[in-house]
Design a protein around this ligand. Structure first.
Ligand code: AMP
Ligand code: ZN
Ligand code: ZN
Length: 419
């Protein structure tokens, strides 16, 4: 009986949470491609969440291996710090480091707003005021080029007042076949209503990596399934006969963590004096009263074993996550960073075996994937690893979009991969 009640409660809760999510396509009417934009090619930007740089080879993802062979591949793509989903997806579409676009983590505290942002909170995810920079779809729409999104971080929020012309509220229940068919339907629209930039997001490999670890058969299976979906998508898109360029990326990699020996909240931290975010490999402390910082920092430095302690003013420069970079003032006053594969863990429930978030310059398993193919790309080319801030100048070049604002990404990638 108890079990039944638990199951009934589970069904009710799930039903409730999905009932709140709209599965219909949201369309902004009265937008049209300008005549100039109608002449442009098409870009499908695909993200496979948590698709580590070596997964296609490790798990022999035969379709991806064949597609990258016809185009370009990077040895790896270097994600920004912290190597989490929200900061990195938003970096990819803005060309800015997380501290420069404001989405500094999946969940974070903003001391000026006195509010928390959380990827699980729809009201925050859909509130454009949290998002800085100019995402690719906003740039496109500003230049009378239509865009569409079958999910991407930020695509459900009006940023600078602009949403993609076609988009969906995030809902993993929508079957992949339907998502693929929708992309084809978009490409079959009349030229003035047809999106030239399409974002497409696939979460399954990340889920498997967390639950079972990067080396598990379940993760192999998830990679194989994703690979089959990529084949379905590319075959279906080919039927349109349009010049479509595919950019296949991931946001970060995955590592097997030490689930046995995790770190509790350090004794030096008085939770009455600090807001603590985390846990995981990164714990951030926002001081309620700044005078508590100095003494706590001193104590933590003495106590710290297996993790690094930084004040916002002495975070290593290459992380772009310190005081100078903190444009939105959302980074904690102090940061605790564990050495891989250790994590902080504050609950009694055991942690999942796979995770990500570590400094990618130190932990290769955090590296992401980059493959690209289509009429604009060189063929059979392998390039060295590059940072994910460089995707923005690449996509703007492919679509002939102009921008004057300053970004972190550089044009070097464009020269290496485009014909
Ligand atoms: P993590 O792997 O901890 O960085 O978190 C990734 C999670 O973000 C996945 O579970 C996805 O399901 C979720 N996610 C990705 N895009 C969105 C979105 N647009 N809205 C809400 N959740 C998302
Ligand atoms: Zn992710
Ligand atoms: Zn993840």
């Amino acid at each position: 009986m108890k079990r039944f009640l638990f199951f009934a409660a589970f069904l009710f809760w799930n039903g409730l949470s999905y009932a709140q999510v709209d599965t219909t396509q949201r369309v902004i009417q009265d937008r049209h491609n300008s005549t100039e934009q109608q002449q442009k090619p098409y870009v499908i930007l695909i993200s496979a969440d948590g698709f580590r740089y070596d997964y296609a080879d490790k798990y022999q993802a035969k379709n991806l291996l064949a597609l990258r062979q016809k185009g370009v591949q990077a040895e790896s793509m270097i994600p920004s710090f912290p190597t989490k989903t929200f900061p990195n997806h938003y970096t990819i579409v803005t060309g800015l480091y997380p501290a420069h676009h404001g989405l500094v983590n999946n969940n974070f505290y903003d001391p000026q707003r006195k509010e928390h942002y959380s990827m699980r909170d729809r009201s925050k995810v859909e509130d454009g005021s949290w998002y800085g920079g100019t995402p690719l779809w906003v740039l496109a729409e500003q230049q009378q080029m239509l865009s569409a999104s079958f999910f991407w971080v930020g695509s459900e929020a009006p940023i600078q007042g602009i949403l993609p012309t076609y988009h969906y509220q995030y809902n993993e229940q929508i079957p992949m076949e339907k998502r693929i068919q929708t992309v084809v339907d978009w490409l079959n629209l009349q030229e003035d209503r047809r999106p030239h930039l399409i974002t497409f997001y696939m979460p399954e490999v990340d889920h498997a990596g967390h639950r079972f670890g990067p080396d598990a058969p379940e993760t192999r299976q998830a990679v194989q399934e994703l690979d089959a979906h990529i084949r379905q998508l590319t075959d279906a898109v080919a039927t349109t006969g349009l010049p479509v360029n595919f950019v296949f990326v991931s946001d970060h990699g995955m590592i097997e963590i030490d689930t046995k020996d995790t770190y509790p909240l350090p004794a030096a931290i008085d939770t009455a004096k600090f807001m603590v975010s985390g846990p995981g490999m990164l714990v951030e402390l926002h001081a309620k009263d700044k005078s508590a910082i100095k003494s706590t920092y001193k104590k933590l430095k003495k106590e710290a074993k297996g993790y690094q302690v930084y004040k916002k003013s002495n975070v290593p420069k290459h992380l772009h996550y310190g005081k100078k970079d903190d444009r939105y003032r959302r980074i904690g006053d102090m940061l605790l960073l564990t050495d891989a594969p250790k994590i902080f863990h504050f609950s009694t429930r055991p942690p999942s075996p796979g995770t990500h978030g570590y400094d990618a310059t130190k932990v290769k398993a955090m590296h992401a994937t980059f493959y690209a193919w289509g009429p604009a790309f060189r063929q059979g080319v392998t390039i060295p690893s590059f940072e994910n801030i460089d995707i923005y100048p690449l996509v703007t070049e492919l679509l002939g979009l102009r921008y004057n604002h300053k970004i972190d990404g550089k044009k070097k990638l464009v020269r290496e991969v485009i014909k």
